[in-house]
Ligand binder design. Structure first.
Ligand code: GDP
Ligand code: MG
Length: 370
């Protein structure tokens, strides 16, 4: 369904609009310069006027356009990726900290390290779970709008001493729109005024029916402060993950999604990414958004440098040419030349998008008119 106006095409061909209209008339098409024609007709016209079309397929230049699905037999189980959502002050940060605290303390022998926001936790049963620290619902929605559906499971935190608040409803709506399963964590159970059944009943009004009320949404009572119910929460996440049968191909060039990125004073542009498939290795060349780069270092959630990172791992990547945006996809490519080619192509497209009103696919198609 690509289309271009006759006038615009004439301009690009360096011909008169009226001449194109005349030619179209000869082809039994009655159109004016302001009307649109489809891609086939446009190509025909270009040829009629003796121009050569050098078609540049987007897939030849931009990896994002490549059809590239991993065969079933290459897929291996991967950990679930969890985002915690809920109303402000209901305990999202406390829960993230509590879950990590249990884990970080074990793995570390002194030494203060700077941790990245997202991390992995191991359940008692030995399952890995990835928690994403995305600052708020806006980030989740924005990432989704950009096609980055990295979250497998949402944990909805609701304070037992409060109720269903505006951002609780917002979180429910986002989760439903994303088609992602939800687990309700009823937090602050240590408080004397905690009333979990009230929360369960109120959730009914938003079509969230928890198990205790014979629904299929798992719920668990926790206290992020007293660190109670956390193992049960982790087990429920693992159970939910099992049902989802999450898989990815670890044996290929990596693809990752940028969770956050910033310019670090000492280290330059740094991105926290989530590996979505393949294995990222030090030295890999890549494209991310309109930037190319070479992996100088990979830092894991414990602040340690590692040589490679596989599916569902959140890691920091150093060696970027610039600061990408959250939701950008980092793709490893064969070599530096390819990385530069794709990055330059994207930069051009980004510039065109800003300046031109016409559909960009036509820019690609006719930008090499001889
Ligand atoms: P967020 O805005 O959802 O990230 O909420 P925070 O994690 O910042 O918590 C908001 C407030 O609730 C803080 O003062 C926490 O100490 C407190 N809080 C969080 N979890 C619990 C809990 O389980 N019990 C109690 N009593 N307080 C909690
Ligand atoms: Mg918070």
């Amino acid at each position: 369904p690509e289309a271009i106006t006759v006038g615009e095409l004439a301009k690009r061909m360096g011909e008169k609009g009226a001449d194109l209209v005349k030619e179209l008339f000869n082809l039994d098409m009655m159109v004016t310069v302001n009307q649109t024609i489809d891609q086939d007709t446009a190509e025909l016209l270009v040829e009629q006027f003796g121009h050569n079309i050098q078609k540049v397929s987007e897939a030849d230049v931009d990896i994002a356009a490549e059809e590239d699905v991993d065969p079933e037999e290459t897929l291996k189980p991967r950990p679930p990726v969890v985002t915690i959502m809920g109303h402000v002050d209901h305990g999202k940060t406390s829960l993230l900290d509590a879950l990590r605290g249990a884990n970080v303390v074990k793995g570390e022998a002194g030494g203060i390290t700077q941790h990245i926001g997202s991390y992995q936790v191991k359940t008692k049963g030995g399952d890995e779970i990835t928690f994403l620290d995305t600052p708020g619902h806006a980030a989740f929605t924005e990432m989704r709008q950009r096609g980055a559906n990295v979250t497998d499971i949402v944990v909805l935190v609701v304070a037992a001493d409060d109720g269903i608040m505006p951002q609780t409803i917002e979180a429910i709506n986002h989760t439903k729109a994303a088609g992602v399963p939800m687990i309700v964590a009823i937090n602050k159970m240590d408080k004397p005024e905690a009333n979990p059944d009230n929360i369960r009943n109120r959730l009914l009004e938003h079509e969230v029916i928890v198990e205790k009320l014979s629904g299929d949404v798992q719920d668990v009572e926790i206290s992020a402060k007293e660190k109670t119910g956390l193992d049960e929460l982790l087990e429920k996440i693992a159970l939910q993950a099992e049902l989802l049968e999450l898989k990815a191909n670890p044996d290929r060039m990596a693809e990752a999604t940028v969770i956050e990125a910033q310019l670090d004073k000492g280290r330059g542009p740094v991105a926290t990414v989530l590996i979505t498939r393949g294995t990222l290795e030090r030295g890999n060349t890549f494209v991310v958004g309109t930037e190319s780069g070479r992996v100088r270092a990979i830092v894991n959630d414990q602040g340690k440098q590692i040589k490679k990172a596989g599916p569902s791992m959140p890691v920091e990547v150093l060696g970027l040419g610039g600061v990408p945006s959250a939701g950008d996809v980092l793709t490893v490519v064969e070599n530096e030349q390819r990385a530069r080619e794709v990055a330059e192509y994207r930069q051009e497209k980004a510039t065109e998008k800003r300046t031109a009103l016409a559909p960009t696919s036509f820019d690609t198609m006719f930008n090499n008119l001889a």
